[in-house]
Ligand binder design. Sequence first.
Ligand SMILES: [Zn+2]
Length: 542
Amino acid sequence: MRGFVIVVAVVMGVAVFATSSAPKVDPERIRAHVKYLASDELEGRGMNQKGGDLAAEYIAQQFKSYGLKPAGENGTYFQKVPMVAVKTLPQTTFEFVPTSGSPIALTALDDYVTTNERQTESADIDAPIVFVGYGISAPEYKWDDYKGCDLKGKVALLFVNEPISTDENFFKGKALTYYGRWTYKFEETARRGAIATLIIHREDLASYPWTVVRNSWGGEKSFLQLDGTPKLAAASWIQEEVARKLVAIAGLDLTKLFQEAQSRDFQPISLPVKLKAHVVSSVRPFTSRNVLAMVKGSDKAREREAVLYTAHYDHFGIDKNKPAGANIYHGAADNATGCGILLELGRVWADTKPAPPRSILFAAVTAEEQGLLGSEYLGKHTAQLPVEPILDLNYDDLPPIGVPEDIEVVGAERTSFYPTVEETAKEFNLAIRPDSRPEAGHYYRSDHFSLGRVGIPAFSVSEGMKYQGHDEAWGLAQAKDYVEHRYHQPADEYKPEMDFHGDALMAEFGYALGAKAASAASVPKWLPGDEFEAAQKQRRAK
Ligand SMILES: [Zn+2]
């Protein structure tokens, strides 16, 4: 902690952490940011909509007013993110054609959803279907569902999730690894040359019902512009009952196939059935922006390295098909709160004198709600940044409901930085709450993952469930009420009764973590054996 004197004081019941010269995080400033970013004027901060642009401009303006340096392109606060919006049109057809017998036509949305990731207006598929179990190739668990099977030009049929396990050393036991996520399935099969992939939806495995798949895939979907990464012409989900019918054509039983897929000895099965599809899409290129700013480190030897703070500023925007007055997705909690925290961190770090040895980088990222796209672009283009991120602390959806007594830092335990996190939590009198639903794979669902997967130790800082003046049941009830009535709904609005002391505390906690990482002798690492260790090694070799 060279050059830093740590003071822990208690103000208004909130532990306030500061260096000797740093100003304090101000909950009322966070409130003002949330109030503005979630206002009707910002129209739900939709990408490629007026509101999203206004939000980006506002954040850049705030960064500038604090005296932060631009860290975007050409001396600006912006990094352009080239994107394409793809919508599957009703002319699309999908049918299973057996080598003998009559074809089975599928009904869009009821039976399947599909998107053309190759971003072309029309794609024709007429290819054999291969059942590949979970579609996982994981050398570290000695697991390979493909067994040398060539997917080039074929259609992969597979289950979402990963082999059932309670053994911590095998696919992390109950917890979901990235191999279980649907994004991995599309990426891996595309890497293997598949033209289309059909993920079999099972509610128990996906941890969400078909209606969620249908709603999130039925409309327009955004992608990063093609960059050479292999993509599918039909990235699809099919209903469990549809899959049952499909394998029955081959005289197979889906339940039995599921059991066979639990074994290392599983062999891919070529079905005597082709997928014949005509995928028609509207394709609309557009540009969105990440907002980047920084504080330059004070140590010449280490100023090239930076602690990165991230928060997504986008939300679902305005839905003009819905009646006025109920059509703005305000996104107050998700994620105006994270932006408010990011901005306060920016202000406090700008005023921290002297600057820490390493640099501090701030990124308000776009298109999180479309699949972590702004952060994916940021992670893939770190070479363009003026500094190299060594740690990412992400903020996403921090309920403004009072002061927490515990926190969640899922993923931190997989890094060499964890002892520092534990020590800092202790200084703040915060308990670390284990992931309440490891099987849901929350680690893979926010922007820190985009940085993690390119080898940068990364995790989100979140409030736990136990709040001052309440029991844990109260916190759990608040979370349930939020998910049921406001999460991803227009009702996620700013309310004057919101209490931002907890958000301020999370900012202060992140500030303390950042201060330690910015001055520590060595940089954080993924622990040996972690799924991101290889990416980190690759990164360091560059
Ligand atoms: Zn969010």
